[in-house]
Design a binder for this molecule. Structure first.
Ligand SMILES: Cc1ncc(COP(=O)(O)O)c(C=O)c1O
Length: 427
């Protein structure tokens, strides 16, 4: 139930929303691209620079100790949001530069294991010709391309799940698509174009049955619904802080502890090594440090921790329920003459990311028309070309909700979209 939550006061915490665009109140419906930031997150980043900025995990001075503590506390806050372990020596959250970086980290590390790096423990990640990597046609390019490259580098074969007519991943085909040769399965939890929540249980259980590593792209699920990676039983999951009301330039990779210990590192440098010599291989630190070479985006991680706590303080169930009321309204786009929703038409197992096509009007024209009325939506292929091809398109329009949106804003969008075809196709 959302009744006891004051979503108007939550919205009021986002200073950017209080402005006009081309003379109209801003209606921000592009949270799938990036979410806006509440004041508390904005403050956390600048407070860090004003009070405790220092390098973490090194230096004997007090500021270094305080920044290290804030950094590790942020890791624990993020872990709490997704049901991961944060106990010292058992950490399951790795700091990355974003979902794309996290997925590339995995693909690179699996590639390194395929070259024999990481010893005996890393053999479970090694790929060779004849092995299979399974993705889906619904993937963002940041899943498709790293794993396509990994296949090319190792000689493994890339396979993929097909989609239902309304763009859901065909989980019901898991037993056929994931064969005994599968070594890696990587799929999206929520489609960034369709908004569809993947039924991952059959995929996870089949992946584990054949001994494959199960990777989840959680970019579009973590901001919108309760998540517990242990309960989902995935091996790895990647997402970005900027889509969960946190800063840009930072993201997280969840990994089951035992797998993080076995996985070889993907990038190399300072702060990830116990011992380094000229004439012998280095001895790497335990995870998560092993995967966090170089100076980390500490202020951003600290602010992302604040974002995670902020979301938990509202309650992910409450956020999901509130956004469902917006999704109800956005789905009315499908009732507008000449408009087709790309993705599930029913508000079930989906989020408030609703892509649509306006017959006869190019998405860029739609986007500009809506922008002139104050609406911010995304147009293009949303870095997901195969799913657009599935719908017979190259590009689309996409409205996507966040916790700050109101059903009224979604209704206004639908009314504005109603004017698009008469405007462009008149005469
Ligand atoms: C489903 C999905 N996966 C991955 C990404 C990549 O995220 P980032 O660009 O923050 O690395 C996005 C971002 O649009 C996404 O929506």
């Amino acid at each position: 139930m959302t009744s006891d939550i004051d979503f108007a006061s939550i919205r009021a915490q986002f200073p950017i929303l209080d402005q006009t665009i081309h003379g109209h109140p801003l209606v921000y419906l592009d949270s799938a691209a990036t979410a806006q930031k509440p004041q508390t997150v904005i403050d956390a980043e600048s407070d860090f620079y004003r009070t405790i900025n220092a390098g973490v995990h090194r230096g004997a001075h007090e500021l270094a100790a305080r920044s290290t503590q804030a950094f590790e506390e942020a890791r624990a806050k993020v872990a709490a949001l997704v049901g991961a372990d944060a106990r010292e020596g058992h950490e399951e959250i790795v700091v990355t530069a974003g979902a794309t970086a996290g997925l590339n980290l995995l693909a690179t590390a699996f590639g390194n294991a395929s070259l024999g790096r990481g010893g005996e423990a890393a053999k479970r990640f090694a790929l060779r010709p004849g092995d299979e990597i399974v993705v889906s046609k619904a993937e963002h390019h940041s899943v498709l391309l790293p794993f396509q490259e990994l296949a090319a580098r190792t000689g493994a074969t890339l396979k993929w799940f097909d989609l239902t007519k309304d763009g859901r991943i065909r989980s019901d085909t898991a037993d056929e698509v994931i064969t005994e040769r599968a070594k890696v399965v990587a799929v999206t939890h929520v489609g960034n174009t369709t908004g569809a929540v993947t039924d991952i249980a059959p995929i996870v259980s089949r992946a584990h049955e054949v001994g494959a590593v199960m990777v989840l792209d959680a970019c579009q699920s973590v901001p919108h619904m309760p998540i517990d990676f242990h309960a989902l039983d995935v091996d790895f999951a990647a997402w970005s802080a900027h889509k969960m009301y946190g800063p840009t330039g930072v993201g997280f990779l969840y990994g089951r502890r035992e797998l993080l210990e076995a996985l070889p590192p993907a990038s190399f440098g300072g702060s990830m090594v116990e011992l380094a010599w000229m004439d012998r291989p280095a001895q790497y630190m335990d995870p998560p440090a092993k995967f966090e070479a170089g100076t980390q985006p500490v202020a951003q991680v600290v602010a992302a921790g604040v974002a995670a706590d902020w979301m938990r303080s509202i309650g992910m169930e409450n956020i999901a329920a509130h956004e469902r009321t917006i999704t109800d309204e956005l789905l009315r786009l499908g009732d507008v003459e000449g408009v087709r929703v790309l993705g599930p038409a029913e508000n079930r197992d989906r989020i408030g990311t609703v892509a649509f096509d306006v017959a006869g009007v190019h998405p860029h024209d739609v986007g500009q028309f809506l922008d002139s009325l104050g609406f911010a939506i995304r147009v293009g292929h949303h870095c997901a070309q195969p799913v657009h091809r599935h719908f017979g398109l190259f590009a689309s329009n996409r409205a996507s909700s966040g916790v700050y949106n109101t059903p009224e804003e979604a209704r206004q969008l639908v009314e504005a979209v109603r004017k698009v075809r008469p405007f462009f196709l008149r005469g």
